[in-house]
Design a binder for this molecule. Structure first.
Ligand code: GDP
Length: 524
Protein backbone atom coordinates (compact mmCIF):
# COMPACT_ATOMS: atom_id res chain seq x y z
CA UNK A 1 0.00 0.00 0.00
CA UNK A 2 1.33 3.39 -0.94
CA UNK A 3 -0.51 5.34 1.72
CA UNK A 4 -0.83 4.95 5.47
CA UNK A 5 -3.76 2.71 6.39
CA UNK A 6 -5.91 5.53 7.78
CA UNK A 7 -5.64 7.37 4.47
CA UNK A 8 -6.39 4.22 2.56
CA UNK A 9 -9.55 3.74 4.61
CA UNK A 10 -10.60 7.36 4.18
CA UNK A 11 -10.22 7.04 0.41
CA UNK A 12 -12.75 4.22 0.05
CA UNK A 13 -16.14 4.85 -1.54
CA UNK A 14 -18.31 1.74 -1.53
CA UNK A 15 -21.68 1.81 -3.25
CA UNK A 16 -24.21 -0.09 -5.34
CA UNK A 17 -26.23 0.92 -8.36
CA UNK A 18 -29.90 0.14 -7.91
CA UNK A 19 -32.33 0.10 -10.80
CA UNK A 20 -35.05 -1.74 -12.60
CA UNK A 21 -33.76 -4.00 -15.41
CA UNK A 22 -32.88 -2.08 -18.57
CA UNK A 23 -32.63 1.33 -16.94
CA UNK A 24 -28.94 1.37 -17.87
CA UNK A 25 -27.03 -0.02 -14.89
CA UNK A 26 -24.61 -2.04 -17.00
CA UNK A 27 -24.02 0.83 -19.36
CA UNK A 28 -23.39 3.17 -16.45
CA UNK A 29 -21.05 0.73 -14.75
CA UNK A 30 -19.07 0.45 -17.91
CA UNK A 31 -18.73 4.20 -18.29
CA UNK A 32 -17.58 4.51 -14.70
CA UNK A 33 -14.98 1.82 -15.31
CA UNK A 34 -13.86 3.72 -18.35
CA UNK A 35 -13.32 6.90 -16.35
CA UNK A 36 -11.56 4.86 -13.72
CA UNK A 37 -9.14 3.67 -16.39
CA UNK A 38 -10.16 0.07 -15.88
CA UNK A 39 -11.24 -0.37 -19.50
CA UNK A 40 -9.87 1.30 -22.59
CA UNK A 41 -12.86 2.50 -24.54
CA UNK A 42 -16.38 3.36 -23.59
CA UNK A 43 -18.18 1.33 -26.22
CA UNK A 44 -21.43 -0.30 -25.34
CA UNK A 45 -22.30 -3.71 -24.15
CA UNK A 46 -25.57 -4.96 -25.48
CA UNK A 47 -27.90 -5.83 -22.67
CA UNK A 48 -28.20 -9.41 -23.78
CA UNK A 49 -28.69 -11.80 -20.95
CA UNK A 50 -27.53 -15.31 -21.65
CA UNK A 51 -26.76 -18.37 -19.61
CA UNK A 52 -28.92 -19.73 -16.89
CA UNK A 53 -26.61 -18.79 -14.10
CA UNK A 54 -25.23 -15.64 -15.62
CA UNK A 55 -25.57 -14.01 -12.25
CA UNK A 56 -24.49 -10.62 -13.40
CA UNK A 57 -24.67 -8.15 -16.19
CA UNK A 58 -20.99 -7.71 -15.56
CA UNK A 59 -20.32 -11.15 -16.90
CA UNK A 60 -21.62 -9.76 -20.15
CA UNK A 61 -18.98 -7.04 -20.00
CA UNK A 62 -16.44 -9.68 -19.18
CA UNK A 63 -17.39 -11.89 -22.08
CA UNK A 64 -17.57 -9.18 -24.66
CA UNK A 65 -14.41 -7.43 -23.65
CA UNK A 66 -12.29 -10.29 -22.53
CA UNK A 67 -11.49 -8.47 -19.33
CA UNK A 68 -11.77 -10.06 -16.00
CA UNK A 69 -14.52 -8.44 -14.10
CA UNK A 70 -16.58 -10.70 -11.98
CA UNK A 71 -19.96 -10.92 -10.48
CA UNK A 72 -19.59 -9.18 -7.20
CA UNK A 73 -17.28 -6.21 -6.88
CA UNK A 74 -15.62 -3.80 -9.26
CA UNK A 75 -12.85 -1.59 -8.05
CA UNK A 76 -11.12 1.38 -9.60
CA UNK A 77 -9.27 4.52 -8.59
CA UNK A 78 -10.43 8.01 -9.42
CA UNK A 79 -9.15 11.31 -8.16
CA UNK A 80 -7.41 9.84 -5.15
CA UNK A 81 -10.42 7.76 -4.16
CA UNK A 82 -10.71 4.01 -4.38
CA UNK A 83 -14.14 3.17 -5.65
CA UNK A 84 -15.87 -0.17 -4.93
CA UNK A 85 -19.05 -0.86 -6.89
CA UNK A 86 -21.06 -3.82 -5.64
CA UNK A 87 -23.25 -5.68 -8.07
CA UNK A 88 -26.97 -5.91 -7.41
CA UNK A 89 -28.23 -8.50 -9.89
CA UNK A 90 -31.66 -7.94 -11.36
CA UNK A 91 -33.83 -9.76 -13.90
CA UNK A 92 -34.07 -13.46 -13.22
CA UNK A 93 -31.01 -13.13 -10.99
CA UNK A 94 -32.88 -11.06 -8.44
CA UNK A 95 -32.62 -12.69 -5.02
CA UNK A 96 -32.18 -12.02 -1.35
CA UNK A 97 -28.49 -11.55 -2.11
CA UNK A 98 -29.45 -8.48 -4.08
CA UNK A 99 -31.02 -7.00 -0.96
CA UNK A 100 -28.25 -8.12 1.33
CA UNK A 101 -25.65 -6.50 -0.87
CA UNK A 102 -27.25 -3.21 0.06
CA UNK A 103 -26.30 -3.94 3.68
CA UNK A 104 -22.66 -3.78 2.64
CA UNK A 105 -22.56 -0.37 0.94
CA UNK A 106 -22.25 3.17 2.24
CA UNK A 107 -24.22 4.82 -0.56
CA UNK A 108 -26.45 3.98 -3.51
CA UNK A 109 -26.89 5.31 -7.00
CA UNK A 110 -30.41 4.96 -8.35
CA UNK A 111 -30.68 4.74 -12.13
CA UNK A 112 -34.04 5.74 -13.56
CA UNK A 113 -35.11 5.31 -17.17
CA UNK A 114 -36.51 8.77 -17.86
CA UNK A 115 -39.12 7.38 -20.23
CA UNK A 116 -40.43 4.90 -17.67
CA UNK A 117 -40.03 6.72 -14.38
CA UNK A 118 -39.81 4.84 -11.09
CA UNK A 119 -40.28 1.11 -11.71
CA UNK A 120 -41.12 -1.75 -9.29
CA UNK A 121 -37.67 -3.20 -8.72
CA UNK A 122 -36.27 0.25 -8.08
CA UNK A 123 -38.91 0.79 -5.43
CA UNK A 124 -38.00 -2.44 -3.63
CA UNK A 125 -34.30 -1.71 -3.62
CA UNK A 126 -34.85 1.90 -2.70
CA UNK A 127 -36.80 0.86 0.40
CA UNK A 128 -33.88 -1.15 1.69
CA UNK A 129 -31.53 1.80 1.19
CA UNK A 130 -34.03 4.09 2.83
CA UNK A 131 -34.31 1.83 5.86
CA UNK A 132 -30.53 2.01 6.26
CA UNK A 133 -30.47 5.79 5.98
CA UNK A 134 -27.65 5.80 3.46
CA UNK A 135 -27.22 8.58 0.89
CA UNK A 136 -28.99 7.93 -2.41
CA UNK A 137 -27.98 9.67 -5.62
CA UNK A 138 -30.33 9.64 -8.59
CA UNK A 139 -29.32 9.48 -12.24
CA UNK A 140 -32.18 10.17 -14.66
CA UNK A 141 -30.92 8.23 -17.64
CA UNK A 142 -31.59 8.14 -21.39
CA UNK A 143 -32.08 11.87 -21.85
CA UNK A 144 -31.03 11.31 -25.47
CA UNK A 145 -34.48 9.75 -25.90
CA UNK A 146 -37.85 11.35 -25.55
CA UNK A 147 -38.97 10.75 -21.99
CA UNK A 148 -41.15 12.17 -19.27
CA UNK A 149 -40.87 15.84 -18.40
CA UNK A 150 -38.01 16.46 -15.95
CA UNK A 151 -40.25 18.14 -13.37
CA UNK A 152 -42.65 15.24 -13.62
CA UNK A 153 -39.81 12.82 -12.92
CA UNK A 154 -38.79 14.79 -9.85
CA UNK A 155 -42.37 14.79 -8.66
CA UNK A 156 -42.50 11.04 -9.10
CA UNK A 157 -39.48 10.66 -6.85
CA UNK A 158 -41.22 12.60 -4.14
CA UNK A 159 -44.59 10.93 -4.55
CA UNK A 160 -43.69 7.30 -5.25
CA UNK A 161 -40.56 7.08 -3.12
CA UNK A 162 -41.35 9.83 -0.66
CA UNK A 163 -37.87 11.24 -0.83
CA UNK A 164 -37.13 14.91 -1.38
CA UNK A 165 -34.93 15.77 -4.29
CA UNK A 166 -32.53 18.43 -5.42
CA UNK A 167 -31.76 18.75 -9.14
CA UNK A 168 -27.98 19.13 -9.39
CA UNK A 169 -28.46 19.81 -13.06
CA UNK A 170 -31.40 20.22 -15.38
CA UNK A 171 -31.78 19.01 -18.95
CA UNK A 172 -31.94 21.45 -21.84
CA UNK A 173 -34.12 19.76 -24.44
CA UNK A 174 -34.59 16.03 -24.71
CA UNK A 175 -34.28 13.24 -27.25
CA UNK A 176 -32.85 14.46 -30.53
CA UNK A 177 -32.98 17.99 -29.15
CA UNK A 178 -31.00 17.21 -26.05
CA UNK A 179 -28.52 20.09 -26.10
CA UNK A 180 -27.01 19.61 -22.69
CA UNK A 181 -27.65 20.32 -19.03
CA UNK A 182 -27.91 23.40 -16.93
CA UNK A 183 -25.48 22.56 -14.15
CA UNK A 184 -26.89 24.25 -11.07
CA UNK A 185 -24.28 22.83 -8.79
CA UNK A 186 -21.22 23.95 -10.75
CA UNK A 187 -22.81 27.09 -12.21
CA UNK A 188 -22.27 26.25 -15.83
CA UNK A 189 -23.90 24.72 -18.83
CA UNK A 190 -22.55 21.43 -20.04
CA UNK A 191 -23.08 20.97 -23.75
CA UNK A 192 -23.92 17.67 -25.35
CA UNK A 193 -22.05 16.61 -28.48
CA UNK A 194 -19.47 19.36 -27.98
CA UNK A 195 -15.96 18.39 -27.01
CA UNK A 196 -13.06 20.56 -25.97
CA UNK A 197 -13.02 24.05 -24.46
CA UNK A 198 -16.61 25.02 -25.11
CA UNK A 199 -17.99 21.81 -23.60
CA UNK A 200 -18.67 23.90 -20.50
CA UNK A 201 -20.20 27.39 -20.79
CA UNK A 202 -20.18 29.78 -17.80
CA UNK A 203 -23.28 31.34 -16.22
CA UNK A 204 -23.55 34.91 -14.97
CA UNK A 205 -24.83 36.09 -11.57
CA UNK A 206 -28.41 36.01 -12.81
CA UNK A 207 -27.99 32.36 -13.66
CA UNK A 208 -28.07 32.96 -17.41
CA UNK A 209 -25.47 32.14 -20.02
CA UNK A 210 -22.56 34.55 -19.60
CA UNK A 211 -21.45 34.22 -23.20
CA UNK A 212 -23.20 34.79 -26.49
CA UNK A 213 -24.44 31.53 -27.83
CA UNK A 214 -27.07 30.48 -30.37
CA UNK A 215 -28.54 28.19 -27.67
CA UNK A 216 -30.07 31.18 -25.92
CA UNK A 217 -32.51 31.55 -28.81
CA UNK A 218 -33.90 28.05 -28.46
CA UNK A 219 -37.12 27.24 -26.67
CA UNK A 220 -35.33 24.41 -24.85
CA UNK A 221 -32.93 26.80 -23.21
CA UNK A 222 -35.72 29.18 -22.28
CA UNK A 223 -37.81 26.37 -20.84
CA UNK A 224 -34.88 24.98 -18.83
CA UNK A 225 -34.13 28.45 -17.48
CA UNK A 226 -37.73 28.92 -16.45
CA UNK A 227 -37.88 25.54 -14.74
CA UNK A 228 -34.60 26.12 -12.92
CA UNK A 229 -35.88 29.48 -11.65
CA UNK A 230 -38.97 27.67 -10.41
CA UNK A 231 -36.82 25.10 -8.61
CA UNK A 232 -34.70 27.88 -7.13
CA UNK A 233 -37.76 29.49 -5.67
CA UNK A 234 -40.04 26.61 -4.80
CA UNK A 235 -37.76 23.57 -4.71
CA UNK A 236 -35.70 22.08 -1.89
CA UNK A 237 -32.39 23.56 -0.93
CA UNK A 238 -29.23 21.58 -1.31
CA UNK A 239 -28.33 20.35 2.15
CA UNK A 240 -25.25 18.16 2.62
CA UNK A 241 -26.43 16.78 5.94
CA UNK A 242 -29.77 15.71 4.59
CA UNK A 243 -28.03 14.08 1.63
CA UNK A 244 -25.83 12.16 4.07
CA UNK A 245 -28.89 10.85 5.93
CA UNK A 246 -30.66 9.81 2.76
CA UNK A 247 -33.42 12.36 3.22
CA UNK A 248 -32.61 14.36 0.13
CA UNK A 249 -31.48 12.79 -3.13
CA UNK A 250 -29.28 14.80 -5.49
CA UNK A 251 -30.63 14.29 -9.02
CA UNK A 252 -28.54 14.25 -12.18
CA UNK A 253 -29.91 14.15 -15.70
CA UNK A 254 -27.82 12.54 -18.41
CA UNK A 255 -27.28 9.71 -20.81
CA UNK A 256 -25.09 6.79 -19.92
CA UNK A 257 -25.13 5.43 -23.45
CA UNK A 258 -23.84 8.59 -25.11
CA UNK A 259 -21.65 9.18 -22.08
CA UNK A 260 -23.18 12.53 -21.35
CA UNK A 261 -23.10 13.77 -17.79
CA UNK A 262 -21.44 10.67 -16.41
CA UNK A 263 -18.10 12.23 -15.54
CA UNK A 264 -19.66 15.25 -13.82
CA UNK A 265 -21.90 12.84 -11.97
CA UNK A 266 -18.97 10.70 -10.87
CA UNK A 267 -17.00 13.68 -9.64
CA UNK A 268 -19.89 15.16 -7.69
CA UNK A 269 -20.89 11.78 -6.34
CA UNK A 270 -17.38 11.13 -5.06
CA UNK A 271 -17.41 14.50 -3.37
CA UNK A 272 -20.51 13.68 -1.32
CA UNK A 273 -20.49 9.91 -1.03
CA UNK A 274 -19.28 8.99 2.45
CA UNK A 275 -16.11 7.09 3.36
CA UNK A 276 -16.59 3.77 5.19
CA UNK A 277 -19.13 4.19 7.95
CA UNK A 278 -19.09 2.73 11.46
CA UNK A 279 -21.31 -0.26 12.14
CA UNK A 280 -23.18 -1.34 15.19
CA UNK A 281 -22.67 -4.58 17.11
CA UNK A 282 -25.35 -6.66 18.80
CA UNK A 283 -24.58 -4.96 22.12
CA UNK A 284 -24.83 -1.55 20.51
CA UNK A 285 -21.16 -0.75 20.31
CA UNK A 286 -20.10 1.33 17.30
CA UNK A 287 -17.12 -0.10 15.46
CA UNK A 288 -15.05 2.68 13.92
CA UNK A 289 -13.65 1.92 10.47
CA UNK A 290 -10.37 3.50 11.51
CA UNK A 291 -9.91 1.04 14.35
CA UNK A 292 -6.56 -0.72 14.11
CA UNK A 293 -8.20 -4.11 14.53
CA UNK A 294 -9.76 -6.00 11.61
CA UNK A 295 -13.48 -6.76 11.52
CA UNK A 296 -16.08 -7.49 8.87
CA UNK A 297 -19.27 -9.37 8.13
CA UNK A 298 -20.41 -11.84 5.50
CA UNK A 299 -23.23 -10.55 3.33
CA UNK A 300 -23.26 -13.13 0.59
CA UNK A 301 -22.12 -16.67 -0.03
CA UNK A 302 -21.79 -17.77 -3.59
CA UNK A 303 -21.72 -21.42 -4.38
CA UNK A 304 -19.70 -22.47 -7.33
CA UNK A 305 -22.14 -23.57 -9.98
CA UNK A 306 -19.57 -25.87 -11.49
CA UNK A 307 -20.16 -29.30 -9.92
CA UNK A 308 -16.46 -30.08 -10.26
CA UNK A 309 -15.73 -27.37 -7.72
CA UNK A 310 -17.56 -27.73 -4.48
CA UNK A 311 -16.06 -24.63 -2.96
CA UNK A 312 -17.98 -21.55 -2.13
CA UNK A 313 -16.96 -17.95 -1.70
CA UNK A 314 -18.05 -15.92 1.29
CA UNK A 315 -18.05 -12.20 0.62
CA UNK A 316 -16.91 -10.06 3.49
CA UNK A 317 -17.45 -6.36 3.80
CA UNK A 318 -14.52 -5.08 5.85
CA UNK A 319 -15.87 -2.78 8.56
CA UNK A 320 -12.66 -1.81 10.32
CA UNK A 321 -8.91 -2.05 10.07
CA UNK A 322 -6.98 -3.85 7.40
CA UNK A 323 -6.88 -7.37 6.11
CA UNK A 324 -3.58 -9.03 5.39
CA UNK A 325 -3.16 -12.29 3.66
CA UNK A 326 -2.29 -15.07 6.02
CA UNK A 327 -3.85 -13.40 9.03
CA UNK A 328 -5.96 -15.34 11.50
CA UNK A 329 -9.55 -14.37 12.10
CA UNK A 330 -12.23 -15.62 14.44
CA UNK A 331 -15.91 -16.22 13.76
CA UNK A 332 -17.46 -15.44 17.16
CA UNK A 333 -20.70 -17.30 16.37
CA UNK A 334 -18.86 -20.61 16.43
CA UNK A 335 -15.79 -19.44 18.37
CA UNK A 336 -13.56 -20.80 15.66
CA UNK A 337 -10.40 -19.31 14.17
CA UNK A 338 -9.23 -19.56 10.60
CA UNK A 339 -6.01 -18.63 8.89
CA UNK A 340 -6.95 -16.68 5.80
CA UNK A 341 -4.38 -17.60 3.26
CA UNK A 342 -6.69 -18.19 0.35
CA UNK A 343 -8.47 -15.00 -0.39
CA UNK A 344 -9.60 -13.38 -3.54
CA UNK A 345 -10.51 -9.84 -4.14
CA UNK A 346 -12.02 -8.89 -7.39
CA UNK A 347 -10.46 -6.13 -9.36
CA UNK A 348 -11.79 -4.64 -12.54
CA UNK A 349 -8.64 -4.96 -14.56
CA UNK A 350 -7.12 -7.97 -13.00
CA UNK A 351 -8.31 -10.77 -10.80
CA UNK A 352 -5.61 -11.31 -8.29
CA UNK A 353 -5.15 -12.73 -4.89
CA UNK A 354 -5.49 -9.89 -2.49
CA UNK A 355 -2.67 -9.13 -0.16
CA UNK A 356 -4.13 -6.22 1.64
CA UNK A 357 -7.56 -4.67 1.83
CA UNK A 358 -9.00 -2.14 4.25
CA UNK A 359 -12.31 -1.01 5.70
CA UNK A 360 -14.76 -0.37 2.88
CA UNK A 361 -13.30 -3.10 0.68
CA UNK A 362 -14.86 -6.45 -0.09
CA UNK A 363 -12.88 -9.64 0.07
CA UNK A 364 -13.93 -13.12 -0.95
CA UNK A 365 -13.01 -15.98 1.36
CA UNK A 366 -12.92 -19.57 0.22
CA UNK A 367 -15.44 -21.42 2.28
CA UNK A 368 -15.67 -25.12 2.89
CA UNK A 369 -18.91 -24.82 4.81
CA UNK A 370 -17.87 -22.88 7.92
CA UNK A 371 -19.46 -19.55 7.25
CA UNK A 372 -23.04 -18.35 7.27
CA UNK A 373 -24.54 -15.22 5.87
CA UNK A 374 -24.49 -12.52 8.52
CA UNK A 375 -21.41 -13.96 10.28
CA UNK A 376 -19.00 -11.54 11.85
CA UNK A 377 -15.30 -12.14 11.31
CA UNK A 378 -12.83 -10.41 13.61
CA UNK A 379 -9.09 -10.24 14.03
CA UNK A 380 -6.83 -9.66 17.03
CA UNK A 381 -8.56 -9.01 20.31
CA UNK A 382 -11.92 -8.10 18.87
CA UNK A 383 -14.75 -10.28 20.10
CA UNK A 384 -18.27 -9.18 19.16
CA UNK A 385 -20.94 -9.80 16.58
CA UNK A 386 -22.36 -7.20 14.29
CA UNK A 387 -26.10 -6.60 14.26
CA UNK A 388 -27.96 -9.33 12.42
CA UNK A 389 -28.79 -8.75 8.78
CA UNK A 390 -32.49 -8.23 8.23
CA UNK A 391 -34.73 -10.96 6.87
CA UNK A 392 -36.70 -10.00 3.82
CA UNK A 393 -40.31 -10.75 3.03
CA UNK A 394 -40.37 -13.44 0.35
CA UNK A 395 -42.84 -13.15 -2.50
CA UNK A 396 -42.54 -16.48 -4.30
CA UNK A 397 -43.32 -19.86 -2.81
CA UNK A 398 -42.96 -23.53 -3.73
CA UNK A 399 -43.99 -26.70 -2.00
CA UNK A 400 -41.07 -29.08 -2.07
CA UNK A 401 -40.60 -32.83 -1.54
CA UNK A 402 -37.86 -35.35 -2.18
CA UNK A 403 -38.36 -37.37 -5.35
CA UNK A 404 -37.18 -40.44 -3.54
CA UNK A 405 -38.71 -40.78 -0.07
CA UNK A 406 -35.74 -42.89 1.00
CA UNK A 407 -33.63 -39.75 0.76
CA UNK A 408 -35.66 -37.91 3.33
CA UNK A 409 -32.74 -37.54 5.76
CA UNK A 410 -30.46 -35.95 3.17
CA UNK A 411 -33.36 -33.85 2.02
CA UNK A 412 -33.89 -32.31 5.44
CA UNK A 413 -30.18 -31.88 6.06
CA UNK A 414 -29.73 -30.11 2.75
CA UNK A 415 -32.66 -27.82 3.37
CA UNK A 416 -31.47 -26.99 6.86
CA UNK A 417 -28.05 -26.00 5.62
CA UNK A 418 -29.26 -23.98 2.67
CA UNK A 419 -31.75 -22.19 4.87
CA UNK A 420 -29.09 -21.39 7.46
CA UNK A 421 -26.87 -20.12 4.74
CA UNK A 422 -29.58 -17.71 3.65
CA UNK A 423 -30.02 -19.22 0.19
CA UNK A 424 -33.74 -19.76 0.71
CA UNK A 425 -36.44 -19.30 3.38
CA UNK A 426 -38.14 -22.15 5.16
CA UNK A 427 -41.82 -22.50 6.06
CA UNK A 428 -44.02 -25.46 6.88
CA UNK A 429 -47.73 -26.14 6.88
CA UNK A 430 -49.32 -26.42 10.29
CA UNK A 431 -50.26 -30.06 10.85
CA UNK A 432 -48.93 -31.88 7.85
CA UNK A 433 -45.56 -30.11 8.13
CA UNK A 434 -45.08 -29.97 4.41
CA UNK A 435 -42.04 -27.96 3.44
CA UNK A 436 -42.68 -24.67 1.74
CA UNK A 437 -39.83 -22.54 0.51
CA UNK A 438 -39.96 -18.81 0.07
CA UNK A 439 -37.78 -16.53 -2.03
CA UNK A 440 -37.71 -13.01 -3.37
CA UNK A 441 -36.48 -14.18 -6.79
CA UNK A 442 -37.00 -17.24 -8.96
CA UNK A 443 -33.26 -17.84 -9.23
CA UNK A 444 -33.16 -18.85 -5.57
CA UNK A 445 -35.33 -21.90 -6.34
CA UNK A 446 -33.17 -22.90 -9.27
CA UNK A 447 -30.05 -22.60 -7.19
CA UNK A 448 -31.73 -24.59 -4.44
CA UNK A 449 -32.69 -27.41 -6.79
CA UNK A 450 -29.24 -27.47 -8.32
CA UNK A 451 -27.43 -27.52 -5.03
CA UNK A 452 -29.68 -30.15 -3.48
CA UNK A 453 -28.78 -32.41 -6.35
CA UNK A 454 -25.10 -31.65 -6.50
CA UNK A 455 -24.22 -31.19 -2.87
CA UNK A 456 -26.73 -33.41 -1.10
CA UNK A 457 -27.50 -35.88 -3.86
CA UNK A 458 -31.24 -35.35 -3.56
CA UNK A 459 -33.58 -34.71 -6.42
CA UNK A 460 -36.48 -32.53 -5.42
CA UNK A 461 -39.96 -31.98 -6.73
CA UNK A 462 -41.02 -28.37 -6.56
CA UNK A 463 -44.64 -27.46 -6.95
CA UNK A 464 -45.10 -23.77 -7.51
CA UNK A 465 -47.76 -22.25 -5.38
CA UNK A 466 -47.11 -18.88 -6.89
CA UNK A 467 -46.57 -15.45 -5.51
CA UNK A 468 -48.02 -14.65 -2.11
CA UNK A 469 -48.21 -11.71 0.20
CA UNK A 470 -46.61 -12.87 3.46
CA UNK A 471 -47.57 -11.29 6.78
CA UNK A 472 -46.37 -12.04 10.29
CA UNK A 473 -48.64 -11.61 13.28
CA UNK A 474 -48.17 -9.50 16.40
CA UNK A 475 -50.93 -11.12 18.45
CA UNK A 476 -50.52 -14.76 17.44
CA UNK A 477 -52.71 -16.09 20.25
CA UNK A 478 -55.75 -14.37 18.73
CA UNK A 479 -55.33 -16.18 15.43
CA UNK A 480 -57.53 -19.15 14.60
CA UNK A 481 -57.01 -21.53 11.73
CA UNK A 482 -60.58 -20.95 10.64
CA UNK A 483 -59.58 -17.46 9.62
CA UNK A 484 -57.88 -18.85 6.52
CA UNK A 485 -59.91 -19.43 3.42
CA UNK A 486 -59.56 -19.96 -0.29
CA UNK A 487 -57.25 -17.00 -0.66
CA UNK A 488 -54.94 -17.44 2.29
CA UNK A 489 -53.03 -20.09 4.16
CA UNK A 490 -51.39 -20.23 7.54
CA UNK A 491 -47.84 -21.56 7.89
CA UNK A 492 -44.96 -21.44 10.35
CA UNK A 493 -41.56 -19.94 9.61
CA UNK A 494 -38.23 -21.50 10.66
CA UNK A 495 -38.54 -19.93 14.10
CA UNK A 496 -42.07 -21.33 14.51
CA UNK A 497 -43.74 -17.95 14.11
CA UNK A 498 -47.11 -18.02 12.41
CA UNK A 499 -47.29 -16.44 8.97
CA UNK A 500 -50.28 -15.78 6.72
CA UNK A 501 -49.70 -16.25 3.02
CA UNK A 502 -52.30 -14.25 1.12
CA UNK A 503 -52.95 -14.80 -2.52
CA UNK A 504 -52.64 -11.10 -3.30
CA UNK A 505 -52.99 -7.62 -1.85
CA UNK A 506 -56.72 -7.83 -2.36
CA UNK A 507 -57.00 -10.91 -0.14
CA UNK A 508 -54.85 -9.15 2.45
CA UNK A 509 -57.17 -6.14 2.52
CA UNK A 510 -60.22 -8.36 2.71
CA UNK A 511 -58.70 -10.10 5.73
CA UNK A 512 -57.87 -6.78 7.35
CA UNK A 513 -61.50 -5.68 6.99
CA UNK A 514 -62.87 -8.93 8.35
CA UNK A 515 -60.44 -9.32 11.26
CA UNK A 516 -59.40 -5.82 12.23
CA UNK A 517 -58.07 -7.04 15.60
CA UNK A 518 -55.36 -9.22 14.08
CA UNK A 519 -52.22 -7.12 13.80
CA UNK A 520 -50.22 -8.09 10.75
CA UNK A 521 -46.79 -6.89 9.74
CA UNK A 522 -44.23 -7.63 7.09
CA UNK A 523 -40.47 -7.81 7.21
CA UNK A 524 -38.48 -5.58 4.90
P1 GDP B 1 -29.44 -2.72 -17.17
O1 GDP B 1 -30.38 -3.85 -17.41
O2 GDP B 1 -29.98 -1.74 -16.18
O3 GDP B 1 -28.05 -3.13 -16.87
O4 GDP B 1 -29.43 -1.87 -18.54
P2 GDP B 1 -28.37 -1.84 -19.72
O5 GDP B 1 -27.20 -1.00 -19.36
O6 GDP B 1 -28.11 -3.22 -20.21
O7 GDP B 1 -29.21 -1.01 -20.77
C1 GDP B 1 -30.43 -1.49 -21.30
C2 GDP B 1 -30.59 -0.94 -22.70
O8 GDP B 1 -30.73 0.47 -22.64
C3 GDP B 1 -29.40 -1.23 -23.59
O9 GDP B 1 -29.86 -1.49 -24.88
C4 GDP B 1 -28.62 0.08 -23.56
O10 GDP B 1 -27.87 0.30 -24.71
C5 GDP B 1 -29.74 1.10 -23.43
N1 GDP B 1 -29.30 2.33 -22.76
C6 GDP B 1 -28.60 2.46 -21.62
N2 GDP B 1 -28.37 3.75 -21.34
C7 GDP B 1 -28.95 4.47 -22.33
C8 GDP B 1 -29.05 5.86 -22.62
O11 GDP B 1 -28.55 6.73 -21.91
N3 GDP B 1 -29.74 6.19 -23.75
C9 GDP B 1 -30.30 5.27 -24.58
N4 GDP B 1 -30.93 5.70 -25.65
N5 GDP B 1 -30.21 3.95 -24.34
C10 GDP B 1 -29.55 3.55 -23.23
Amino acid sequence: MQRPINEEIASRRTFAIISHPDAGKTTMTEKLLYFGGAIRDAGTVKGKKTGKYATSDWMEIEKQRGISVTSSVLQFDYDGKRVNILDTPGHEDFSEDTYRTLMAVDAAVMMVDSAKGIEPQTIKLFKVCRMRGIPIFTFMNKMDRQGKEPLELMEELEEVLEIQSYAMNYPIGMGKEFIGVYDRFNNRIEQARVEGDSHFLPLNDEGELAVEHPMTETSYYKQALEDVMLLNEAGNEFDVERVAKGELTPVFFGSALTNFGVQTFLETFLQFAPPPQPRQTKDEQQIDPQSSEFSGFIFKIQANMNPAHRDRIAFVRIVSGAFERGMSVTVPRISKSFKLSQTTQFLADDRETVNEAVAGDIIGLYDTGNYQIGDTVVGGKFNFQFEALPQFTPELFVRVTAKNVMKSKHFHKGILQLVQEGAIQYYKTLHTEEVILGAVGQLQFEVFEHRMKNEYNVEVIMEHIGSKVARWIENESDVKESMTGQRSMLVKDRYDNLVFLFENEFALRWFGDKYPDIKLYNLL
